[in-house]
Design a protein. Sequence first.
Length: 94
Amino acid sequence: MTERMTNTANQYMGSAKETIGNAIGNPDLAASGAAQKSQAEAAQRMADQKTHAEGVGHTVEGQAQQKVGSLTGDKSMEARGHANEAFGDVQRNV
């Protein structure tokens, strides 16, 4: 969650620098702000993709655990499978 907050803060800071730079006629400050904002947005997209991929992995792992637990009668493994699948669903939808 820290990465998401850092990216959001950098987006806002970059946007503010860009706005101030444009308002006072300082193209270097405006460009610096635009670059900071763009980098933060790209970092956030990458973080979101990583979280989504991890969610897919947890979902698949959970489904496998459920099937193995069901076939072997291991209720504990089956329950862990349900938990992993639910965790994966949450990660994929963040």
